[in-house]
Structure formats: structure tokens, C-alpha cells
Design a protein around this ligand. Structure first.
Ligand code: ADP
Ligand code: MG
Length: 599
């Protein structure tokens, strides 16, 4: 979609709307704007980050009640009296309180996986709702009226048309911020949360932090909506902040298209207008007894979800001419300053070492007193039949798993107690046996994830696009690595469209993007065709020539024979041979265990 045209169109409609529309329609548009703000948070949290929350309405309520308390209480306690009933302090306190509570709730619930997170959000959604109802000073379930309108210098914004502009300007700003954030380094980390957490951690992303960022931002959008709601409606009670509203917000996100910024607006608009029409039309058709609208509404939602499971926005985008849609919304500045590289360790120096490593799974000994070492500028192959314990060894070497006994030493430091992220920072990078990438993201952005650790700019500068210089350096690095592995013509291609061999190259480019000195590859040749294997081997030889240390776990003997400097052979968790390829080829124990058995 050509975003510029769309933005101008929406802005023109929004500017003119209050001049031509009757006031009840302005009220409707105000609601759509307020809802869209909350739904935008859900796009970030649920659609992009993969965390389902039913509790957003509670955050709306939290800030609505905060500003109501500050602006309607006659005798505020001394430490708050200086706020003088100003809605603007209501906003500040609402945002601060919401952020604080979101941080606490996030710390408690974001580590939960599977169904626990949505259940956790339901729990806090319900408890905050009842809490609002118990506050007698805030009118209990009856609520509070006489909330003052917003004032802006001398302007008193007590008309729906005036609030319309406030709401829609804030919504536009929130959409702008979200859009910017998503196309930044921090945004890529958030986008990797859905289905790529293990991979992201290995690339040095603190995934818990990224979850927290998405969660707090979505709570703050809800808080903004609550503050606007209180001062637009100028009356609140607990009912719009309950669980049913939390569910409605999720519906809006799903209907609009949970993975795009515009989906939030579309979903909020569609659901609100649909509800309104049904409430107006159905009694005319079916008579006024019985609330048929919720039944028809439910049916319509099921139908919509069936016809367009990823929401209306992707559906609409598909209807536009294909020239409007392009994956290439990123530009790469070839003149950007190249990222600094770490000094590679001297050739042949020892980088990675396993010392008497034993790994038990219950009674099973997967690795037994394994010793191996990897030096700068060599390719070491770890081979052995299926079930020999190679992956177990690989996981320990890359700090995904810890030895039961013995230790792994990388660049002179024990990996005990270190996680994948810390090891990545120390200069080890890896690929996965089963390719782990984000199939709907471009090759460029997938690879740029590898450079995550090499940028510093945070959420605020990303939201305002103040980190473009750094971002250009990261993207340029990604492009260089993509070209280095020979995928230059696929920079803007969707990663999911690549053939398996190319996907493996993408993983290597991503690993290289973190500027490693040791590269660990888990079965990189599996599933590749002959020519693809050749291309991969050429690349690895080139990287070795540049001084990288490469460890490959392989099943394919022919592949490693012409490639590796040294080979370590495992069987039943033990090292049965170690040596140069031609020695291994003629080693009777290896022939017996490996070649004789499997091949
Ligand atoms: P390879 O990669 O050489 O095929 P693995 O390291 O995957 O071998 O497995 C070695 C042995 O350890 C196998 O018998 C496997 O079933 C067992 N194993 C691996 N991981 C686990 C685990 N997490 N829990 C229990 N057993 C495991
Ligand atoms: Mg394996």
C-alpha cells in the first residue's frame, strides 16, 4: 500500500469530518479513535509480539480513574494538592502509574508461556475491574460525574468536535511511533518474539526485555485512551473497563488485522460501526423484543474470521494493484559508515575447548568425558551416527545447555552460568539444525537481527526515528553479509520464499552479522542439493581463510572430508577417533561404527 497517499487521505477526511458531520457521528468517531489507540497497543503486543492480553481495558480504567481522582477530589492529600485539579497532571500520573503497574505485572506474567499469559491477563483484568467498583470515594459501581474538560492554555475543550481533534492527533502520533519502532532494531527484536525467541537470544537479543517493552508501550497506549476517555465522556464508572471490553479490544485487533498499524484503526472502526448499525437496524427488521444484535454480531465475527483469518487489512491490501505493495520499504545507504569489527584472535590460537564434558539425561549418558578443541582459522567437523550425542555436545558448546561434569572454555573463560546471549557477545555465533528465521520478514531484516548487539539506540530514539544513522550502519552491514554469502539478489525477498539451501546461507549471514570469531553450524548441509552443498563448502573455506574458527556438526561424511582440517568422531556419547580427514577415512573404529553401519 502506498502509505503516503493513505495518510493524506485519512488526514483530509479527519480534518473535514467535524465540519460536516452531525455531532452523534463525531461521538462515534471519537470512540473509534479511543478504541483504536488501545487496539494499536494490541497490534504491538499480540499481533507482532505474539503475547495475548485480555487485560488492556484494565489499563484504560487505571488511568481514567487516576485522572478522575486528581481532577475531581475536593481535598487532595498535601503531597498531591499542588496538581490543582489539572487534567495534564492527571495524564502524567496516569501514565506513570500505568507504567509502574505494567512493569510489575509484566515481571510476574511475561515469563509464563503458553496459556498462562492470557490467563494471567484475565486475572488482573478482573481484579482491577472489581477494585474500581470497590472505591467508594470514586462512586463505586455508580461512578463519578463532573470530570472537568481538558484545557489547553485558554481553550476549554468541552465539545465533542474539539476532543475529536485531540483524540485523532494523539492516535496519529501513536501510529507514527509504532510504525517507526517496528522498523528499527528494537522493533526487529520485538518482531522476533513470535516464533523466534531461541534464535533471537542466540543473536544477543534480551527477549524478556523486548517483551517488556511491547507490554509497557501497549499499556501506555491504553492509559492514553483512558485519560482521553475520562475527559471526553466526563463521566466514568467501572463497566467499560471490565473483561468484556478487554475481549472486544482483542476482537477489534483480530478483525482489523493484528499485525499492521492500520489494522488497529480498521478494526476499531469496523467493530464500532457494525455494532451501531446492528443496534439501529435489527429492531426495525426483527421487532424490538430480544437482543438479537449480539447473536448477529457473533455470527458476523465468525464469518469475518473465516473469510479473512488474518484480518481485514491484509485482505484490503490484496485488492490493491501489486505495484502499490512492495517489500522494499527499507532503503540502504551504501555510504553509511561501516560498523567497527572486533580484532580476530591470532590464527591457530585456541578459542573453544571442551574439557572432560559429561552430560547425563537421567540415566542416559549422552556425552561421556568428551574433549575437543577449536582453533582460529580452522574447520573442525564433529561427526558420528544418529544419536551419537553431537547435538548435545553442540548445545553445551554454544551455552544452550550446561555439562553435568567438566567444563567448556571459550576464549579463556568458562561458560558455566553463561547464557546464549552472553556467549554471543563474547564472539560465538551459531546456526540451527532446523532453520530458524522469520519467514514473513525480508532477508535483509532477518540478517540484520544478527547485528542487534552492535547497535545501542533504544526505544525512544527508535520511536522518533532519531536512530537512522545507526540503523543505516546496521542495514549496510546486513547487506554486506548477505552479499558475502552470495544471496545479493535476494536482499528484499521475503525469507520464507527462499529455497532451503538459501535459507541456510541466510542463517550464516545472520550469524556473521554479529561479527563472531567462532562460528558453530549444526548440520548445515542437511537437505541440500549437490550444487548447494558445493556453494556452502566454498563459503566456509572462504570464511576460514579470513581467520574464523568454524565448528560443524555433520552427518554427511563426503561433505566434511574435503572441507575439514580435523575431524572428531563420536559414537554412543564418546569420542572414538580424532584426526585428519584421510586418517579418519581409514580408521578401523570409524569404519566399523560409522561407515559400516549407517552409510
Ligand atoms: P545426535 O545429534 O548425534 O543425533 P543427540 O545429541 O541429539 O545425538 O542425542 C544423543 C542421545 O541423547 C540420544 O540418545 C538422545 O535420545 C538423548 N538426548 C538428547 N537430548 C536429550 C534430552 N533433552 N533429554 C533426554 N535425552 C536426550
Ligand atoms: Mg543432532
Amino acid at each position: 500500500m502506498k502509505p503516503r497517499i493513505l495518510i493524506i487521505l485519512v488526514a483530509c477526511v479527519a480534518l473535514l469530518a467535524p465540519l460536516v458531520l452531525p455531532s452523534f457521528q463525531i461521538t462515534l468517531l471519537n470512540y473509534i479513535g479511543l478504541y483504536a489507540l488501545v487496539v494499536l497497543g494490541l497490534v504491538l503486543l499480540t499481533g507482532v509480539g505474539g503475547m495475548t492480553s485480555f487485560g488492556q481495558a484494565a489499563f484504560v480504567g487505571l488511568s481514567a480513574y487516576t485522572t478522575t481522582y486528581l481532577t475531581t477530589t475536593a481535598a487532595l492529600p498535601d503531597w498531591l494538592s499542588w496538581t490543582n485539579g489539572s487534567p495534564w497532571f492527571g495524564l502524567v500520573f496516569g501514565l506513570l502509574l500505568t507504567a509502574a503497574i505494567a512493569l510489575i505485572l509484566g515481571a510476574l506474567t511475561l515469563r509464563l508461556s503458553g496459556h498462562y499469559l492470557p490467563l494471567g491477563t484475565i486475572a488482573w483484568g478482573i481484579s482491577l475491574y472489581y477494585f474500581f467498583g470497590t472505591m467508594t470515594s470514586m462512586g463505586g459501581h455508580t461512578g463519578v460525574s463532573d470530570i472537568p474538560p481538558l484545557t489547553f492554555f485558554r481553550l476549554i475543550l468541552d465539545q465533542g468536535e474539539e476532543m475529536f481533534y485531540v483524540i485523532w492527533v494523539i492516535l496519529a502520533a501513536a501510529m507514527f511511533i509504532t510504525h517507526n519502532l517496528l522498523s528499527s532494531r528494537e522493533g526487529r527484536a520485538i518482531r522476533a518474539l513470535k516464533g523466534g525467541q531461541l534464535m533471537a537470544e542466540a543473536m544477543g537479543v534480551n527477549t524478556f526485555r523486548s517483551k517488556m517493552i511491547a507490554f509497557v508501550i501497549s499499556a501506555l497506549f491504553a492509559a492514553l485512551s483512558g485519560w482521553l476517555y475520562a475527559h471526553t465522556q466526563r463521566f466514568i464508572n467501572p463497566s467499560p473497563f471490565g473483561l468484556h471490553m478487554g475481549i472486544d479490544y482483542l476482537f477489534m485487533a483480530l478483525i482489523g488485522g493484528v499485525s499492521s498499524v492500520w489494522g488497529a484503526l480498521l478494526g476499531a472502526g469496523t467493530l464500532t460501526i457494525m455494532k451501531q448499525w446492528l443496534e439501529d437496524l435489527l429492531p426495525l427488521i426483527l421487532g424490538s423484543d430480544g437482543q438479537y444484535e449480539s447473536i448477529v454480531f457473533g455470527l458476523l465475527i465468525v464469518l469475518l474470521m473465516q473469510r479473512s483469518p488474518s484480518g481485514l487489512w491484509p485482505f484490503l491490501v490484496k485488492l490493491t494493484p501489486s505495484s502499490w505493495r512492495s517489500n522494499n520499504h527499507l532503503t540502504i545507504d551504501d555510504n553509511a559508515k561501516t560498523l567497527d569489527r572486533r580484532d580476530l584472535p591470532a590464527r591457530e590460537s585456541l578459542l573453544l575447548e571442551a574439557k572432560d564434558v559429561t552430560r547425563r539425561f537421567g540415566g542416559l549418558i549422552a556425552n561421556n568425558k568428551m574433549n575437543l578443541s577449536l582453533h582460529a582459522g580452522e574447520i573442525l567437523a564433529l561427526i558420528g551416527p544418529n544419536g551419537a550425542g553431537k547435538s548435545t555436545m553442540f548445545n553445551q558448546l554454544s551455552a544452550v545447555d550446561t555439562p553435568t561434569e567438566g567444563e567448556i572454555i571459550f576464549r579463556g573463560k568458562s561458560l558455566k552460568g553463561k547464557n546464549a546471549r552472553q556467549v554471543a557477545e563474547m564472539g560465538m555465533s551459531r546456526t540451527f539444525q532446523h532453520v530458524k528465521m522469520l519467514p514473513t520478514m525480508s532477508v535483509l531484516e532477518n540478517v540484520a537481527l544478527g547485528a542487534h548487539m552492535r547497535g545501542q539506540k533504544g526505544v525512544v530514539s527508535a520511536s522518533l526515528h532519531l536512530e537512522r544513522k545507526e540503523e543505516q550502519r546496521l542495514l549496510k552491514e546486513a547487506k554486506l553479509q548477505i552479499e558475502r554469502v552470495g544471496l545479493g539478489e535476494y536482499v528484499f525477498e521475503e525469507a520464507g520464499n527462499l529455497a532451503l539451501g538459501q535459507q541456510r546461507l541466510l542463517e550464516i549471514a545472520r550469524a556473521l552479522c554479529s561479527d563472531p570469531c567462532a562460528l558453530l553450524l549444526d548440520e548445515p548441509a542437511a537437505g541440500l542439493r549437490f550444487l548447494e552443498k558445493q556453494a556452502l563448502a566454498e563459503l566456509l573455506v572462504k570464511l576460514r581463510g579470513e581467520g574464523l574458527a568454524i565448528l560443524l556438526v555433520e552427518h554427511d561424511m563426503d561433505f566434511v572430508m574435503n572441507l575439514a582440517n580435523r575431524i572428531v568422531v563420536m559414537e554412543f556419547g564418546e569420542l572414538i577417533a580424532e584426526g585428519l580427514p584421510h586418517e579418519i577415512q581409514t580408521n578401523p573404529a570409524v569404519l566399523e561404527a560409522y561407515l559400516g553401519g549407517v552409510e
